[in-house]
Design a protein around this ligand. Structure first.
Ligand code: PBG
Length: 340
């Protein structure tokens, strides 16, 4: 049988894809350096930078190189920097986290002195980098993370970070009531100026693997007793409700690409700005595939960042923040222009 010829479709979405100019005209989402936040690691007592082998291009900074890199990122226009400390000594309660001479608090003070309000200085508010057992809180006699005893430590840590000069604190430990407990401590100390970036939906994820190397984590065991189950979407909305009610100024979903559905749901429901964290394992995957020539590195980076914006994130934490901001400052090369 001979087929009669098809008259052709009436609807032709390809009309809007014909030229770069037409595509640019109808583009819905864009990236800007100010949307990007750079997570950074600073190591106590370090004489020189140490590369993080599972995250090519990322390093544990010395205090001086931290200042240089944060200044450069600020000049390129990134929205902020998120600081993680790698202390020399760890103990059961993570005492280095609340010590004003602890590495994270010293680094915050130094960055605030150097950068003032030129960028948003954020602090990871969690004990895992500082505890010898590697958990995000203090342990009870049975070896479980003790929620309410941990809240007390977070309150002390928040005051130390506020005192050091952080603008925005990022409680990442997934303890119940952490936003309320920290907000109360800050307000009681007249630090109503310091904002909270709640890690609202934070999953117990294998994608954090390289981060453990980046902070010399001593964790044995896992975090499934406090971080969310990757199988669950609904509880992200409950965490959102709680965080907003407790006083979160911004909320975050983490990891990023594997949880875009959660990000989209949270962004649709949230009355406060929403961010996404492209975590260490996501970075490592892009780097590994690029190094093998399996994906086009620069385009893959920008496409992944744009995906967060499309899903509803206003800020994106990414280890690519400074590099990408530099591309924008220098003017995107022709093969990347569609991302501008
Ligand atoms: C906990 C914390 C982690 C990350 C950020 N904050 C590790 C964890 O929860 O196990 C991971 C970030 C990344 O993988 O890039 N302080």
């Amino acid at each position: 049988m001979t087929l009669p010829s098809f008259p052709g479709p009436v609807d032709r979405p390809r009309r809007l894809r014909r030229s770069a100019a037409m595509r640019s005209l109808v583009r819905e989402h864009t990236l800007r350096p100010a949307d990007l936040v750079l997570p950074m690691f600073v190591r106590e007592g370090a004489r020189e930078n140490r590369p993080v082998s599972s995250m090519p291009g990322v390093e544990q900074h010395t205090m001086d190189s931290l200042v240089r890199a944060a200044t450069e990122a600020t000049e390129r226009g990134v929205g902020g920097v998120m600081l993680f400390g790698v202390p020399e000594h760890k103990d059961a309660t993570g005492s280095g986290a609340t010590d004003e001479d602890g590495i994270l608090n010293r680094a915050l003070a130094r960055l605030r002195a150097e950068l003032g309000d030129a960028t948003v200085i954020m602090a990871d508010l969690c004990l895992d980098e500082f505890t010898d057992h590697g958990h995000c809180g203090v342990l009870d006699d049975a070896g479980h993370v003790d929620n309410d005893a941990t809240l007390q430590r977070y309150r002390e840590m928040a005051l130390a970070q506020a005192e050091a000069g952080a603008h925005l604190l990022g409680p990442s430990g997934m303890m119940d009531g952490q936003i309320a407990a920290i907000r109360d401590a800050l307000d009681a100390a007249d630090r109503t100026d310091v904002a909270l970036y709640a890690y609202t939906a934070k999953y117990a994820s294998a994608f954090y693997g390289p981060f453990r190397e980046a902070v010399d984590s001593s964790l044995s065991g896992d975090r499934r007793g406090y971080q969310q189950d990757p199988a669950n979407g609904r509880e992200a909305l409950r965490e959102l409700e709680l965080d907003v009610a407790e006083g979160a100024d911004l909320v975050m979903v983490k990891p990023g690409l594997p949880y875009l559905d959660v990000l989209k749901d949270v962004a649709a429901a949230s009355p406060v700005p929403v961010g996404a964290y492209q975590v260490s394992g996501e970075y490592a995957m892009i780097e590994a595939a690029s190094a093998n020539g399996w994906v086009d590195r620069d385009r893959t980076i920008l496409e992944s960042l744009l995906a967060f914006r499309r899903a509803g994130a206003s800020t994106v934490l990414t280890y690519y923040a400074s590099e990408v901001a530099g591309w924008f400052r220098d003017g995107l090369p022709p093969h990347l222009r569609e991302f501008a």
